[in-house]
Design a protein. Sequence first.
Length: 641
Amino acid sequence: MKSSLFIGAGLALTAAVAFAAKDPVVMTVNGRDVHRSEFEYLYHKNTKQQIEPQPLDQYVEMFKVYKLKVADALANGVDTTKTFKRDMNQYRNELAGPLLVDSVLLYKLAHEQYDRGATEREAHHIMLFKTPDKAKNRELRQRMDSLHTVLANGGDFEELARQFSQDQGSKANGGNMGFVMAGMLPVEFEEVMYSLPEGQISDVTETQMGYHILKGGASRPFSGFCEASHILFSTQGKDEARVYALADSVADVLRQDPSQFTALAKKYSNDPSVAQNGGALPPFSTGKMVKEFSDAAFALADGEISDPVKTRFGYHVIYKRGHQGMQPFDNAKAGLFARITNPGDARNEILLDNNWEKWGKRFKLKNNAKLVAELRQNIASEGVEKALADAMAAGRGGETLFKIGKDIYTLGDFNNYAATLAKRNNDPDEARFFDKALRRFQTNMLREDAYDAVIGENPEIGNLLNEYRDGSLLYEISLRNVWDKAAKDTEGLNRYFAEHRGDFSWSEPRVKGFLVKAESDSLANAVRLRMQQLGTDTLVKTIRSEFGMPVSIDRILVKKGDNQIVDYLVFNESQGDAPFVQGYPAYFVYDIRTLKEPEELNDVKGLVTSAYQDQLEQDWIRDLKQRYPIVVNEKELKKIK
């Protein structure tokens, strides 16, 4: 099976930008060719980043070291780690993923949604919610089929909705959801709602949420977006008459002075999501809010205050701040694209199926028709999970299920994928689930070939990926051999300091010891006495633990001018006013010594670590040059400008 991991499949990024004989090799490092296109891309990019252009011969030497380190990373398996593969896949997807989208189809679906938005439809439905149990969903579908039969024989839609519908927002209204704009409901529902003639009954319509029977409603032009604020007076557990009286009196006050709306919303509203925002709601279209609220808000003139409006939540006083019309397509398209490509939207299935069909033809997808037909037959009688389990138990996991070009994918490969989907499968149609799962698995595998094709057709993406790959390898191997190694090698650091002590001299003496600050003189004296009982190794930790926040204690190693308190207490104690320290008026220094040069590693650890890293780096480079061969094509390098 071809690995679905981009790096694990053998990331030949150099080859993606190398065009065989048209892209000659400029050097070979430990058996890996570096093509002229890659070298020129990095050289020119480096040159643009320099104030003074770097001569080619200097860059070549730097490039050799760069590639030697990459070779060492590959030799140490850095490219095989899970983290590296994940990061490379993510970066590849960010760069090349947008080019895999069929923009023509995406724009077509977005325009269909946008064009429907010019009209609102009155939505009527009877609904039964799906459950996580596919057997129960099969029963729900059968129940909806029975209701459809009753309607076909003259049954009353409104009465059946009140009796059987599980949509609490519309069942009391006989299934009437009010006027709804495009984009508010699942696309399967929306397409039926917009195409159904007024008064006509639909077939049973399935969405991710459940099963629906729709009745065609009236149409009207798009009403726009309402900008409104509200104050909710909840009636739950309260005397409804008193709640209404309070809402009505607040509405009267607001009609006299609408500027008080924000203050009164904060005082009275039982809607915590917007109360502190003065009751302001985001702009909404028809159908977004419960019907009674929506109808009342849209009926108001801009700037008008409503009478109390009753909904199942209580009474609302609504202030219509204004309204918006329909956005131009260019302004709306980002939101449309996001919705269509969301895995929960049915149109994303259209995009995926389009990719499956298009990529399948391009990369030569071929099913084992006999095995697929046999599986479908068994699934029809046994269900997906049992049919696949039986096949695996019979030792058929190694059989070829399909091919993509020369790459073989077995029944076992697919079974692992299908098992993850089956855990959350609630589709009672077993054959449909199998077909969808097989298409999705094949699409995932085809996508890897599509990525390779996109990278091969777009050298700039190949260059960026190759640069990111080598940069990630370089970072990780440098971390192992230089940066982390130096930071953690205490013995090596001490040895380096002892051997190079003269390299870390100071031009000015330092004061070394402890600086203590306290909230009072008495507390400072108590700390001083306690410090005299302690060794210097545990002094800071113990004082902080025993005295807490009222005392501040730190080790210090400072020269004159670095610390105002130390300057006053040590360098020029009798001169000038005492420094003021907010919250710590009492302070002193303890165990103070004046050093003309560092006495231990910790006095200059940062400098020593940096110098030790430089030594490790040079030792490493010398070792790399001995271990990994480099062959340079001087003739090709001379052609580079």
